[in-house]
Design a protein around this ligand. Structure first.
Ligand code: CP
Length: 322
């Protein structure tokens, strides 16, 4: 699936934000730089700017979410947009209305932007392709395909602590096979120029031809974590597993769970990240999740600023600021 022809304007600006794939280092860096000013705003008493006043944004979440949905809502509100989160469970989707009919009806309410999460890979792309030309779409996670705003807030958090991407070794640990987050992170890390992206997982949780994604694969934590600057832990995405990929969760934790003992193989100033939701005692020990290396809650805070930046860049590209 190539998203490039659809997600950029003819001037190379963001029309939609569907995938990291194919976006330039300059554009990703611009997102990070723009996010800086919104992150500074989070500490202020008045956290609002009028940039999206008069714009209507609909959060369309067909799959569960805590962090992404809430931070998008907050980001839109802080940019002064009118924001509505659809409750899909109580919407007419439950009565058999098709995705396209739902979109057509929402379009009739003069919407400017859809934020879409869907269990099907390609759903956000499909909506972007079929929505009215003035509408922009942001992918808030589609199936196993992409979660580009999560990847950008993770890049922002890495740059915040490490001040650079060059020379960094980053290990992504766990269920790479089912992870849209890992796919987007790998694309962003490689585009931004880290030294090495490693994936550490049992063979059953790695895609075929994983090296073609621009990573080095490991199946042993001691080896894979050796000398890394950043560790990103992933949840076992059981909702996307259609057969048994592991002997048991306790065996998985013993081999691949991040504990204080395993952390010692990384650099002394290693950052521990996790997109959430975390499963304590499955992929990460509580002592590590809550420990001094963890930046997991900082990632959540940064999600607001990064999503504000992406929304504001999209609206600016359409010449639509307030
Ligand atoms: N990281 C992430 O996408 O979390 P939610 O599923 O809670 O949005």
């Amino acid at each position: 699936m190539t998203t490039q022809h659809i997600q950029l304007t003819e001037h190379g600006r963001l029309k939609h934000f569907l995938s990291i794939e194919g976006l330039s280092k300059e554009l990703l860096t611009e997102i990070l730089d723009t996010s800086e000013s919104y992150a500074d705003m989070s500490g202020k008493q008045i956290k609002k700017v009028p940039l999206l006043r008069g714009k209507t944004i609909i959060n369309l979440f067909f799959e569960n979410s805590t962090r992404t949905r809430t931070t998008f809502e907050l980001a839109a509100a802080r940019l002064s947009a009118d924001v509505i989160t659809m409750n899909i469970a109580t919407s007419s989707t439950a009565k058999g209305e098709s995705l396209l009919d739902t979109i057509r009806n929402l379009e009739a309410m003069h919407v400017d932007m859809f934020i879409v999460r869907h269990a099907l890979s390609g759903a956000a792309y499909f909506i972007a392709e079929h929505a009215a030309p003035h509408i922009s779409v942001i992918n808030a996670g589609d199936g196993q395909h992409a979660h580009p705003t999560q990847a950008m807030l993770d890049m922002f958090t890495i740059r915040q602590y490490k001040k650079r991407f060059e020379g960094l070794k980053v290990a992504i640990v766990g269920d790479i096979l089912h992870s849209r987050v890992a796919r987007s992170q790998i694309q962003a890390l490689n585009t931004l120029g880290v030294e090495e992206v490693r994936v550490i997982a049992p063979k059953t949780l790695l895609p075929n031809q994983v090296r073609q994604m621009g990573v080095i694969d490991f199946h042993d934590m001691e080896e894979g974590l050796s000398g890394v600057d950043v560790i990103i832990m992933l949840r076992l995405q059981k909702e996307r597993m259609n057969s048994a990929f592991l002997p048991s969760e306790s065996e998985y934790f013993r081999c691949f769970g991040l504990t204080e003992a395993k952390l010692k193989h990384a650099k002394p100033d290693v950052m521990v990240m996790h997109p959430g939701p975390i499963n304590r005692g499955v992929e990460i020990a509580s002592t590590v999740a809550d420990g001094p290396h963890s930046v997991i809650l900082q990632q959540v805070s940064n999600g607001v600023a990064v999503r504000m930046a992406i929304m504001s860049m999209i609206i600016s590209s359409s010449g639509g600021g307030a």
